[in-house]
Design a protein around this ligand. Structure first.
Ligand code: C2E
Ligand code: MG
Ligand code: MG
Ligand code: MG
Length: 275
């Protein structure tokens, strides 16, 4: 296999399935070292309120800056880390890094919410809440600045346990979002039982937002549902002005996507925040 750089992102070409498997094995064997040698990096993508046109938050998105292969996208190694039993360590790295950054921005006077993705194994791990307590102490972050993004799949596994864990996260002061809402299997009847704050509308619906499409009706249903449950909504993957306009008409005023900014190194966030 060979890494080719294009616009800061590496695209890996595989000759065949065996090569793909060896690529995966290489990543799997090198990930522990990557965690210890600062090859992982959190990028941050702006979230904008389109009524005030202010940046109100960012989502932390992990990348692996591999010394030979270049920037590796999370979809190439997060599922592998989950299967190989490394997601707990990796997830803790993400939380610590995101907490330190959120604390730094708060000290610098930026009013930003920092969203961090939590994998379902991490969420259901017996020490998850304790890890959060320890990391809050260690980093001195204000938990009110942190939004924990959980996928629907994590939420449906064991509803009683999930509600209990979520309640403890809320007691600690975190907010909770359901990522990619509508693509998983949540039972709508139980949604009201979850002490969550925000539904994130996935890019796959935003992509097909033209009126009279399934994307449009999914989005408008999610927005109505959120309203009736008194939850926030944020649309992901917003790339065009047309999408912005349709979302605004549907009264979804928090958006995230390439139209507003790509995931970027933390150094670039303050300047964008001031604009
Ligand atoms: P996600 O949490 O749903 O994140 C949104 C993904 O959409 C990100 O991909 C983001 O770069 C991409 N995106 C945002 N706006 C646009 C747009 O306008 N157009 C297009 N085409 N894409 C857009 P990314 O960074 O490759 O991350 C993919 C997934 O990997 C994330 O989906 C999340 O599930 C997972 N992930 C990323 N970072 C972490 C992490 O720290 N921990 C865990 N457990 N999972 C992570
Ligand atoms: Mg997310
Ligand atoms: Mg998402
Ligand atoms: Mg996702």
């Amino acid at each position: 296999y060979q890494a080719k750089s294009s616009g800061g992102k590496s695209i890996i070409f595989f000759e065949d399935i065996a090569e793909k498997a060896s690529y995966r094995l290489r990543l799997e064997s090198e990930l522990p070292v990557a965690i210890d040698t600062n090859q992982l990096i959190l990028y941050y993508q702006p979230q904008v309120d389109t009524v005030t046109y202010r940046m109100v938050g960012v989502e932390g998105l992990i990348r692996w800056n591999h010394p030979e292969l270049g920037m590796i996208a999370p979809n190439d190694f997060i599922p592998m880390a989950e299967e190989a039993g490394m997601i707990i360590r990796l997830g803790e790295w993400v939380l610590r890094e995101g907490f330190l950054q959120a604390k730094q921005w708060e000290d610098d006077g930026l009013t930003l919410k920092v969203g961090l993705n939590v994998s379902m194994q991490q969420f259901h791990h017996p020490t998850f809440v304790l890890t959060l307590v320890r990391l809050v102490e260690e980093t001195q972050v204000n938990p009110a600045r942190i939004d924990l993004e959980i996928t629907e799949v994590s939420a449906v596994e064991d509803i009683e346990e999930t509600v209990e864990t979520m309640n403890r996260l809320k007691e600690l002061g975190f907010t909770i979002s359901i990522d990619d809402f509508g693509t998983g299997y949540s039972s709508l009847s139980r949604l009201a039982d979850f002490p969550i704050d925000t539904l994130k509308i996935p890019r796959e619906f935003v992509e097909k937002i033209q009126p009279a499409t399934t994307g449009y009706s999914m989005i408008s249903s999610i927005i109505h549902l959120a309203k009736s449950l008194e939850l926030e909504v944020i649309a992901e993957g917003v790339e065009t002005l047309e999408q912005v306009n349709v979302l605004n008409r549907l009264e979804c005023s928090r958006m995230q996507g390439y139209y507003f900014g790509r995931p970027m190194p933390h150094e670039q966030i303050p300047a964008l925040y001031q604009k």
